[in-house]
Write a protein that binds this ligand. Structure first.
Ligand code: S3P
Length: 173
């Protein structure tokens, strides 16, 4: 089975993905790290030198190749992955995939992202917390229609890592 984490930037996909993989004894893949390894450069540098369209194409191709695997994997996607190409259809149609949306409020996301902008090309240029809040509010609104298609939706606000993982395992099996 492939357990896929989807959700906005800083929703906890990579952190919780690693923990869940260890608990289930599955392999863990972070799609951004996978892309960086295959493309031999950072995501920020891909955006800077080749542009977002190139990144989205690479993201789709690498996602496709990972989804062919028959192994047990926990896969953490990038925040935009389900929202481009026909990625959401790919994720929903396979019968060996369970998609989990890690839902976090705008406030939680802003708090986490305001000090982590530099490595995230989509928000690196945003100067103030007010503008960041406005950007995330609109962006999340556009993306929610994709995220909400996941079979499992978990609200993560005010929950500990252990509580989220327990809830996830309960819903998965
Ligand atoms: C993106 C999220 C990033 C990364 C890229 C684009 C997005 O991943 O894939 O910067 O479109 O939301 P994280 O969600 O892991 O930050």
């Amino acid at each position: 089975m492939i357990v896929v984490f989807i959700g906005y930037m800083a929703s906890g996909k990579s952190t919780l993905g690693k923990v869940l993989a260890q608990k289930l004894n599955y392999s863990f893949i972070d799609l951004d790290d996978y892309i960086e390894e295959k493309e031999n450069t950072s995501v920020s540098n891909i955006f800077k030198t080749k542009g977002e369209i190139y990144f989205r194409k690479a993201e789709m191709l690498h996602l496709k190749s990972i989804l062919k695997s028959k192994n047990n994997i926990v896969l953490s996607l990038g925040g935009g992955t389900p929202c481009y190409s026909n990625n959401i259809e790919l994720l929903l149609k396979a019968n060996n995939i369970k998609n989990i949306y890690l839902k976090a409020s705008i406030l939680t996301l802003v708090e986490r992202l305001k000090n982590e902008k530099t490595k995230r090309p989509l928000i690196a240029h945003i100067k103030t917390d007010e503008l960041l809040t406005e950007f995330i509010g609109k962006h999340l609104f556009e993306r929610t229609q994709y995220y909400n298609q996941a079979e499992i939706v978990i609200s993560t606000d005010n929950k500990t890592e252990i509580e989220i993982i327990e809830e996830l395992i309960f819903q998965l099996f």
